[in-house]
Design a binder for this molecule. Sequence first.
Ligand SMILES: Cc1cc2nc3c(=O)[nH]c(=O)nc-3n(C[C@H](O)[C@H](O)[C@H](O)COP(=O)(O)O)c2cc1C
Length: 400
Amino acid sequence: MQRPLNAGGFRDAARRALPKALFEYIDRGTEDENALRCLRNSLDSITLVPRVLTGHPQRELRTEILGETTAMPLVVAPTALAGLVSHNGEIKLARAAARMGIPVCISTQSITTIEEIRAGAPGASLWFQLYMWKDRNLSRALLERVEKAGVTTLVVTADTPTSPKREYNHRNGFSIPIKYSLRLGLDVALHPRWLCGVLLRYLLETGMPTYGHYPQEFRSAVTRLSIAEAVRLENLLNWDDIHQLRRWWKGKLVIKGVLGVHDAHLAKTAGADGIVVSAHGARNLDIAPAPIDVLSGIADAVGHDLDVLADSGVKRGSDVLKYIANGARSVMIGRLPLWGLATNGEAGAEDLLAMLRDEIDVTLTMLGLQQPSECHTALQRTRLTPQRSGTKSKFAEQGS
Ligand SMILES: Cc1cc2nc3c(=O)[nH]c(=O)nc-3n(C[C@H](O)[C@H](O)[C@H](O)COP(=O)(O)O)c2cc1C
């Protein structure tokens, strides 16, 4: 099959390959999708000024992040249910990331367990994302498994104190438990490649997919509701929990979902090694700022003490460089690897990552720079689009 030319092409191919309910679960935002539009507008409004005649023969994309050297400044973000996009999707993502020399962060809500992913992708740099359960002892036991699987970096998601209001999921019947309806049945039937290659294959080989990390006694198929209080996501998570996690977890600790300077300082005080300045892909809070708009203030405040990552809205290699220009050391990508996976499994995910690497390289060359970390020198400190009246410069500190 012909490789799509850009992320938009991969997304189009994924739209064709996946049932609409699954495609929209990945693609869309929350409520009125204002935050989603804001992400794109903010990224599009940033320009970088090239240096000319610098004559660098070669770029150096290697990056140090949380004590690791990665081949480029990218990390595959944690995405729940990635294993529904392709059979054993989480293992395929881990293999593709390993071949491209970047880490992959596995979600607490993956279908495949961290042990299975380690066995399927022995050379991968695996990070793990934690959604804390109500029963802390169960979460602690999970962390012991995660550590045994050779995970070095734990990413604690801090921006999901409740379930977001994603109305399209309700309309499509895509919720946990999945609601059977004629509409959903037709949607699945109209995507026979996914039906046979993913769903039926799971049903024949291992049964209806479950959240793999949930303890056996609480595990239920994604079509049924797990009502057990013990494994409900902790909605009361607070900074004391992070201090406690710091005592439990000896590896690198990262707080994901920080959007304000004050919280970045609290993360540092709690002993975190890094933060992800993230709006959860504009999937949670529809009035959240675009991370790119608050990033430089946060990076200026804590960037000397913490490794600052950022995510949300990346479609191009140039978006990655815009995040780095504003102070991120590395960038997480959520939807894009899933589009690659949906398009052509493991090879598709790898193609997508290779395409992004090439785009980063071309953009860096055009900028006359050698390394992504030099991009801050190219930052154009005015916006292309006019400021809304009453708003401060995006470089002013926000939210704290
Ligand atoms: C389908 C999907 C599932 C996600 N699941 C999780 C999750 O389980 N834990 C988490 O911390 N973030 C989750 N995220 C958010 C991503 O980790 C990341 O912050 C976001 O996707 C970045 O934006 P982007 O998709 O525009 O790159 C999910 C995102 C998507 C698209």
